[in-house]
Structure formats: structure tokens, C-alpha cells
Design a protein around this ligand. Structure first.
Ligand SMILES: [Zn+2]
Length: 232
């Protein structure tokens, strides 16, 4: 699928003038040259009022469709659903299997998903790894609250991945690296507990909440195993 553009009417929040802007609703990095960079650095969402020069970032749903790396990320600002089935899209791509389809509610998670899939990683396992490491970070910082975190580094040769967390009252960034063994362990857990999610149709929201649920189920399973052993 090539790119898709629509014309949007925008009322300037500064001067109240109405103008029109062409915005992408769907982009494909292998079709449109430079669109990946423009999406990642935010240029694609930048808007400037033609009458007063006020600039802002536009937020609207946009589908990032990378067929070469077999993933689609649907950025829908503030979306709250876990699953989104778009019949039109499903039909269009029914012949293409094993494509990871995700919905994300924020620009940061949009960029993160692209980074994860381009790196050839499994985002479910990354999410679980991120959650496990966030607990370590919180302990290190004396129980500080971890608001959110993103995969910010992946170095296969050095066997390392790194996450940037936003911590404490001031949302101070904190970078924590980890060895890939934690990711490999997370992947084993995901493969045994999330195989149903992997078969679900449509676009899924794979985030911290999702990982918390998997981790909870994993701990419960371990607990039951322990009890059963005691019974023997
Ligand atoms: Zn204006």
C-alpha cells in the first residue's frame, strides 16, 4: 500500500484563522523516500499557521506500514483499546501472514515500536523485559515511581539492550542497560503464556499494562508449580 493523504481544516489555536493542511493517514517507508526520517523526527507532524506563524505538532491517526520488515504500527493518539479490528485493512492484507500489527497511543511509543521491529526484536518480550528492569530501577532509586520507559539502545554484538525510564516526581530520565539474557528469558515466558495473543486478529496494544498481566500470570503459574511440588 502506498501513502495516503487527506486535507484537513485546521483552526489556529493562536489567531483563530482557519487553514488547510495536507496530512498523511498512511505511510510506507519503502515507497516514499525520506518519510521514515520525517516521521521519526516529528517533521511529518509539524504544522505552522500561514497567517500568524504559530507552530504546533498535529496529532491525528497515522498508519506506518513497513512491509519489508513485516510490521504495521497504527498511531492513534490516546487510544485506549487493547484490540482494534479494521475490516478493510484485514481484508486487504489477508494474504499476508505473520505481520505484527500494533496500535500505539503516543508519539514516543510510535517511535519505539518502529525501533523494536526494525531491530528484529519481539515487542512483547521487549515489553516484559522493560517491566522487569523497571522494578530494578525503582529499587535502585529508593522506590521511585517509574512513569514510562522506552527501549533506547540495542547492541547485539555487545549483548546489551538499554532502556530510558522517566522516574520520580520530575519524570527524570534514567538509563539502565541490561544483558540480553533477560530478553531471552522474557521471550520464553511470552512464548509459553502469550501464544493466544500472537494469534489475535487486528491491531494490538502491547504496552506495560499488557506486560503486567503476563508477569502476573507467570508468577501465579510458578506459585502453583511450587505448591504442587510440595504436595508430592
Ligand atoms: Zn495563527
Amino acid at each position: 500500500m502506498p501513502e495516503k493523504k487527506i486535507t484537513k481544516a485546521i483552526v489556529c489555536p493562536m489567531c483563530g484563522e482557519m487553514s488547510k493542511a495536507d496530512v498523511y493517514t498512511s505511510i510506507n517507508p519503502s515507497v516514499t523516500k525520506g518519510v521514515r526520517r520525517r516521521a521519526l523526527d516529528g517533521e511529518l507532524f509539524a504544522w505552522k499557521c500561514p497567517s500568524c506563524g504559530y507552530s504546533a505538532r498535529l496529532t491525528y491517526p497515522i498508519l506506518y506500514n513497513d512491509m519489508k520488515n513485516r510490521f504495521m504500527v497504527y498511531f492513534i493518539p490516546k487510544i485506549d483499546h487493547f484490540q482494534l479490528c479494521d475490516n478493510e485493512l484485514e481484508e486487504k492484507y489477508s494474504n499476508l501472514r505473520n505481520i505484527s500489527k500494533r496500535i500505539v497511543p503516543s508519539f514516543n511509543s510510535f517511535k519505539e515500536k518502529i525501533f523494536i521491529f526494525e531491530s528484529g526484536l519481539d515487542d512483547m518480550s521487549v515489553e516484559l523485559t522493560k517491566l522487569a528492569i523497571s522494578q530494578t530501577v525503582s529499587k535502585k532509586l529508593g522506590g521511585a515511581e517509574i512513569h514510562d520507559g522506552y527501549l533506547s539502545m540495542y547492541d547485539r554484538e555487545r549483548n546489551t539492550m538499554g532502556f530510558t525510564y522517566f522516574t520520580g516526581e520530575k519524570h527524570t530520565p534514567y538509563v539502565q542497560t541490561a544483558r540480553l539474557e533477560i530478553y531471552v528469558k522474557s521471550k520464553k515466558i511470552v512464548d509459553s503464556l502469550a501464544y493466544k495473543d500472537k494469534k489475535l486478529k487486528g491491531f494490538l496494544k502491547i504496552d506495560r499494562e499488557w506486560a503486567e498481566n503476563i508477569l502476573y500470570r507467570y508468577k501465579r503459574m510458578k506459585h502453583i508449580e511450587k505448591l504442587n511440588k510440595l504436595k508430592e
